[in-house]
Ligand binder design. Structure first.
Ligand code: DAH
Length: 422
């Protein structure tokens, strides 16, 4: 049994109502998972009508049976339909479309359902049964077989099976996590993959690389030239710790590795072309069950290396299961929030979820020649007060009034407007 005790102290009404809402949510968790006991609470009306007490849950018209594995919470489910990456002018939308422009002949999948089978999210990609990512403390389960995807890689096999040779998938992904300024249990990823015919790989790759170079030089002639490779630090080597797959001839695999690194380095340089800080990128070895060799790409920001992407050469087993036995290729998964936070100077990951127009309106005039920097605003909603008064003084000047306000309220008042004068 989980015992959770909350204490709060505040005299404001606002916090009292938060506290009540919290209890309502706890009651709902109890109906999702019987081992969860709320020790003391009022009995609230059910604010989440999609949860019924026959142990099933209806999400967007589909009913799911609940079981001991269920751990999704109403607050997570309520975010399922936000689709921030599809909301015009949202920073995640802007970033997604910029990345899509870098891969112009790819197929784009932006509306795949985040509710997937455990099979798709883990088994199809070769995750061992005891992989820590599968645990209930790390992932959100609707029931034993159905979960919220933890990564966009969950769709790789399905899309490869449709005989797609190059594609991008973007979407919301869900991981149970601490909540602070850089962690949130929902974030967005963009998955990219490109596969080539094993037989004429040299030709396919060189044609494609020429194309990518021409794409980049068009951009560099319009703007400042792309920063050169000196800022990319890559001393990874193929070794038994990060091996190529035994079914892959070294010559072929080297072409694919080069193409992958070129595609990602040029993407990141392009995204950051107008960024004021000097960009440093580094490649490090990594491990993923569905790629070998595998790497992570990091960028240096505010004195720290930030991981922004995992990638590698697709496990042949995944391609074979998709009926693409004669192909070889790469895949990557980019974390969109991480990149957007650096690019737009957004200090807190929770801001992406804001409904506040003071956040959303900041990005409406985005064009890719000029990156917009986020301007901080108060955590509290704006509060507008009207004041009317009579004055005998014929020489009234607005500035005198503003001076009085500034003396009393200091910086709490953001704007003063004269509405009418008669
Ligand atoms: N899905 C991985 C994650 O969320 C990232 C990733 C790594 C995606 C390697 C890929 C890949 O497509 O090839 O951590």
């Amino acid at each position: 049994m989980n015992r959770i005790q909350f204490s709060y102290y505040s005299s404001t009404k606002q916090l009292t109502s938060c506290y009540k809402k919290l209890f309502s949510s706890l009651q709902n968790l109890k109906s999702l998972n019987p081992s969860f006991q709320v020790l003391s609470a009022e009995t609230p009306s059910n604010p989440y009508p999609h949860v019924n007490h026959n142990k099933s849950l209806t999400i967007e018209g589909t009913s799911y049976k609940l079981d001991d594995q269920t751990n999704v919470s109403p607050s997570i489910l309520s975010k399922l339909s936000r689709n921030l990456h599809l909301q015009p002018h949202h920073p995640l939308y802007i970033l997604r479309t910029q990345i899509e422009q870098h891969f112009p002949h790819f197929s784009y999948f932006n509306t795949l359902n985040p509710i997937v089978t455990v099979q798709k999210n883990f088994d199809d990609l070769g995750f061992p049964k005891d992989h820590p990512g599968r645990s209930k403390t790390d992932s959100y389960y609707i029931n034993e077989q159905i979960m919220l995807r933890t990564h966009t890689s969950a769709h790789q096999l399905e899309i490869f099976s449709k005989m797609n040779k190059k594609f991008l998938i973007s979407g919301d992904v869900y991981r149970r996590d601490e909540i602070d300024s850089s962690h949130y249990p929902i974030f967005h990823q963009m998955e990219g993959a490109q596969i080539f015919n094993m037989q004429n790989i040299e030709q396919e790759i060189s044609e494609d690389k020429k194309y990518l170079i021409s794409l980049n030089s068009t951009i560099s002639s319009q703007k400042t030239p792309l920063r050169d490779n000196n800022e990319v630090n890559d001393d990874t080597i193929i070794s038994s710790n990060n091996p190529i797959q035994s079914c892959h001839p070294i010559e072929q695999v080297n072409y694919v590795i080069q193409h992958l690194k070129f595609s990602l380095n040029s993407l990141i340089k392009k995204l950051f072309i107008n960024h004021d800080e000097n960009l440093k990128i580094r490649w490090i070895d990594a491990y993923f069950p569905f790629t070998s060799p595998s790497w992570e790409m990091e960028i240096f920001f505010k004195g720290k290396w930030l991981e922004i992407c995992g990638c590698g050469i697709v496990e042949q087993d995944v391609l074979n299961k998709a009926g693409q036995n004669d192909k070889i290729g790469w895949a990557f998964g980019l974390g969109l929030e991480r990149i957007a936070m650096v690019l737009f100077d957004i200090p807190d990951i929770r801001l992406f979820w804001s409904h506040d127009e003071r956040f959303l309106n900041q990005f409406t005039n985005f064009n890719d020649n000029k990156i917009i920097k986020f301007q901080p605003f108060s955590k509290f909603p704006p509060c507008i007060k009207d004041i009317s008064f009579w004055l005998n003084d014929q020489d009234f000047h607005e500035n005198n009034f503003c001076e009085i306000i500034r003396d009393i309220a200091e910086d709490l008042v953001e704007d003063v407007k004269l509405v009418s004068f008669s």
